[in-house]
Ligand binder design. Sequence first.
Ligand code: GCB
Ligand code: CA
Length: 859
Amino acid sequence: MKFQSKSGLAILFFALSPLLLYAQNYSINEGWTFKTEDTKEQKVSFPHTWNAMDAQDETPGYSRTIGTYTRKLSTPASYAGKVVYLQFEGANQITEVFLDEKRVGKHQGGYTRFNFDLTPYLRPGRTQELRIVVDNRHHVDIAPLSADFTFFGGIYRDVYLDVREDLHISPLDFASSGVYVKTPKVSTSEAILEISTLINNHSSEKKEIQVLHTLKDPDGKVITSLTLKVDPEANTSNQRVEGKIQVPKPRLWTPGTPFLYTVETKILEKGQLRDECTTKTGFRWFEFHADTGFHLNGKPLKLIGTSRHQDFKDKGYALEDAHHIRDIELLKNMGGNFLRIAHYPQDPLILEMCDKLGILASVEIPIVNAVTESAAFSNQSIFMAEEMVKQNTNHPSLIVWSYMNEVMLRPPYKNTEAAYGPYCQEVYKQAKAIQDKIKQLDPSRPTMIAFHGNVKAYEDANLFTVPDIIGWNLYQGWYSDRPEQLDTFLKKYREKYPSKPTILSEYGADVDVRIHTYSPERFDYSVEYGDLYHEHYLKTILNSPFLAGAAIWNLNDFYSEVRKNTIPHVNSKGISGLDRKPKNTYFLYQAHLLKQAFVRFASKEWQQRPEGNHEIKIYSNASQVTLYLNNKKWGKLKVNAGIAKTHLNLPAGTHTLRAHISGAEDSFEIHTLPSQNFNELNVALGSKRFFWDENTKTLWQPEKAYEPGSYGFIGGQALRPKTRYGELPTAEVRIKGTDLSPLFLTQRIGIEKFKADLPAGKYAVYLYWAELNGTEPADAIAYNLGNDAIQELAGKRSFNVKANGVSFLENYEIDKEAGIQQAAVKKFNIDVKENGLTIEFIPIEGTTLLNAIKIIKRD
Ligand code: GCB
Ligand code: CA
């Protein structure tokens, strides 16, 4: 210790702050041996999941099983007389711990922190064997039962050894830190800070101790301190010590000024330091109004941001700390000020980052889609709610507790009238019990339930009466209707529930960044449709003062094993990818939310386009943008609601576009290809979409009808399958055997010919097919037993194919050759003479079809 100051104060602090001899907290993530019933032993380290790959491969389901982790645990002899905890930040979903084969304890639930006291089993100075069994099978009494995300199994967050003296701050109150801070009164002139500390005296004698709290301001300067006395009895846990600090003129926490204060807590016995801990806090007050939305520190503030799932490309849940940190930075850099931590509590870093960067947040327990009608399920949910509140309550960024998501979506009552009523009553009862528990633990924050559009079901369960805030998960313009119907819906239910504050807790559209189009429509997965959807929603959100806030579904694409999108097993509603590369929509939000000058071309990743007329869209927060084409000023464009638009006619070649506003600039190189490129033709049939294959740098163009001198199809019609979401431009199936799913999800049915007026020469022709017309195994979403695919063809299909009059395929049956919903590519070489190429498709049974065609000139 250095004495920088000669004042008595420093000496006094030194006297009060002797060195802490024992308080060690370190991870034991390394050196584990892992095994499941079906796998061989392997070396792993935490964070770990055993589903990172099997939840995205082509075998349906993923291994929801039991995994066992073992390692040696050597502790020094100096741990004798200390208290040693084994701390988990989270493991999915039942965790049982054994030390030298003695059972230490068990925890249920996949998303909260927990710890076990190892002390009675520990042999300091020796090497012992630690065994952790993690059960991720489906359990009817643990939420979530089913959901649109993959439940990765394993110890996917950090595990620590926590070594303390026998007198210490308790980690035993639902794995909270043992220090609770509350700010019951905050104004610009004064704040009250209530601190309550839980003490464990695990020694065999009664102690006389002092609890010393020191409050430091955001610059680290000591404001004041508070000393409390307590005499905990021998062998007791969670003895509570409470105190109050008055803070004059607090520097208020806001998204723009996330000022954090620090409470340093020390436990002293006869002047000797026995334990210590620091807690961050912030001073702010807030309200939710049914009419005027959210207010922070007395000023209205529209909450705009995203939800977030805790997985990453090829890693499942097993993320590094940096991944968590980057996600909150990504949201902040978008201009977001709100995070819905959905659908479960996440890594501790998430709320720490929200505190630090100024992101307001809600957090929820993972009751999704349904509840089980059992006391065990209800009790487990209440338990998780208590863990959630106690573990997270100190965060100033946290403003909402949430606890049920679309709980009337997939109720397990088997659709019988007689079972429906009791289910509704049970949902209400369980909701009420959680609501009451949360309110008892923390009356300072409002609660929220997230409802979906089937309002009647929630009314049947009387659920709107339970939470403080209505959360709406709305997908008008995606699963149904048009985006404009969002407005109709919001208006209707605002009139119906005029006294409830409202948050748009979800909205989003799937976007596959490889897909672009000039004719955007629902379920085409194009970047451009996603943008139209969000442009409308954002306008409505900003123009609806009663709407307290909105959370885009979702910050990131995420794994959902049962999903049948263009990217199988992935929900692609993220405004960034599984790898967090921002999608176009991210920039739309930046244009609206960032304060600094911002300009960016929309659809900028769409660099290869056909020659001709193109709509060019620019996102900006300026009122006008100057556009330059190939370094010449092209003109000024007016910006409307963050968007400037124009059309440019671009002949084949490379064009540089530049958009300029005061203080910012963006440029964009477009490569336009000759529309008549007979050296290489790539056409997606039944599709209005451009599809970019990054691996082979290939641009697939939408189909067109044949015209003399050009190429195209003759006959047939584009597939428009009828699905539960209405008639869609793409099939809703999972294509196997290819990375190019989008090509196989559209097709021209009943095609008669494909004709291309090619110059004479040698060509390679590739025909792309998929038999979409079959059934996949039943949705395994609820139980995921990994059932094998049983596929059945609905109706037989066979046809002949001729090329320039010569028979090339006879009685071709796609499913026979390749299987159902499986990519099939047939290649042939042909010498084309003076009459070009005509491929004929002649039906024998059922209709002909073609998904895509590639023609390459070989000489
Ligand atoms: C919802 C669910 C969310 C899904 C989302 C979707 O309403 O709450 O878990 O992922 O819709 O993409 O369908
Ligand atoms: Ca699988």
